[in-house]
Design a protein around this ligand. Structure first.
Ligand code: NAI
Length: 349
């Protein structure tokens, strides 16, 4: 690991390796290779031949690894970006920290609390290394503006968050194949809304959760005890409440929307899922094109998120987003998931 402390050091380029070059990993890799400052994408890791070939030919990465242990043992890498299946996040983060690397790991940090605790304990032993979890919405300009308005007192005391993550229906059912390692709809999708709610409400302690869901279009999810539409209510200490909705089956496009209600006003982020600022009027009516997926909605935020990680590794301002936040999001997501399965109100423990 390179520790950057002097002005001369600050000009140094951060050498980054990426593990996982799937749906999202490819996007992070492109950002690192072509559009992030002060960084060089020097290595990549994937068990899939075609993905390693992609790293060589399309991204110009010289050192590619099929084996994760060899990847993190590379001494000429300062930081790693882990965009691997969720079930691997905790162990890979721990291994990378122990190998002396800064780590960016995609959300959620882990699928159980003991795994989160193990990561936090190892991170505490490596205080000079950055460990960041990819809650991308914290880097979206609209969510940042909303958060700043709340901190400035514009809506009084925020006490209720209603937040949804709704994906366009994928008839091929990518996420059905993904379900066995994703932790289910709440751990995979609502975990973003959970983190947002805690951030907007000032990190209150979560107490209880209740969930219900249904399978509207994808019966294959039943095998993993999952649903394609899920609702949840979470109660927080001090009276704050959150309501979450996640869907895999929207007909029109991707719609991530969050409403924060306070004692003196409310804020609404992301209404209408508009792709751009064009409104078309014709004989069929008035309308606009719609966002196709999460990446179209959060492309700018993904870029800023990776830039924030690189800046933190190079000695910039500490991140407001912590591993403890990620552990709380997992804790709440698990209570919601337990409630889906039990049909009962569950304690957030
Ligand atoms: P994916 O299945 O498309 O990609 C997973 C990648 O990991 C593949 O390239 C696969 O070859 C690689 N891989 C598997 N085992 C590996 C190992 N042992 N070592 C190294 N690489 C390995 O999945 P996707 O959609 O890209 O998701 C990856 C992660 O990103 C998940 O944890 C998911 O929750 C998260 N994600 C986050 C989003 C966000 O909004 N922040 C959006 C989409 C995904």
């Amino acid at each position: 690991m390179t520790t950057i402390t002097t002005p001369a050091d600050a000009r140094k380029i951060l050498r980054v390796g990426i593990a996982g070059l799937g749906r999202l990993g490819r996007r992070h890799a492109e950002a690192l290779a072509f559009s992030t400052r002060h960084v060089e994408l020097v290595s990549a890791c994937s068990p899939v031949d075609a993905e390693r070939e992609h790293a060589r030919s399309a991204l110009g990465v010289a050192r590619v690894y099929a084996d994760f242990d060899a990847f993190i043992a590379d001494p000429d890498v300062d930081a790693v970006v882990l965009v691997t299946p969720t079930s691997l996040h905790a162990d890979q983060t721990i291994a990378a920290l122990k190998a002396g690397k800064h780590v960016f790991v995609e959300k959620p940090l882990a699928l159980n609390v003991p795994d989160c605790e193990r990561v936090l304990a190892v991170a505490e032993q490596h205080p000079d290394q950055i460990a960041m979890v990819g809650f991308v919405r914290r880097f979206d300009a609209s969510y940042q503006n909303a958060h700043a308005a709340i901190v400035a007192g514009d809506i009084g005391r925020p006490f209720l968050v209603r937040s949804q993550t709704c994906d366009q229906n994928d008839p091929d059912g990518f996420f059905v194949r993904f379900a066995p390692t994703s932790g289910g709809i709440y751990m995979d999708c609502s975990v973003h809304d959970i983190d947002l709610a805690r951030w907007m409400l000032g990190r209150p302690k979560a107490l209880r959760a209740f969930a219900s869901g249904t399978i509207a279009l994808h019966p294959g999810l039943a095998e993993c005890n999952d649903v394609d539409n899920g609702l949840a209510i979470v109660e927080f200490e001090g009276g704050a409440r959150a309501v979450f909705y996640a869907s895999r089956t929207f007909a029109h496009g991707h719609e991530t929307t969050t409403e924060v209600i306070g004692t003196a006003g409310k804020l609404l982020v992301g209404e209408h899922a508009a792709l751009d600022r064009v409104i078309r009027s014709d004989a069929r009516g008035v309308g606009h094109a719609v966002l196709p997926d999460f990446h179209a909605r959060f492309e700018g935020a993904f870029t800023r998120e990776i830039a924030a990680f690189v800046a933190a590794c190079r000695g910039g301002a500490p991140l407001d987003l912590t591993l403890a936040d990620a552990m709380e999001a997992t804790r709440i997501g698990l209570a919601i998931t337990r409630s889906l399965h039990s049909g009962q109100v569950e304690t957030v423990a």
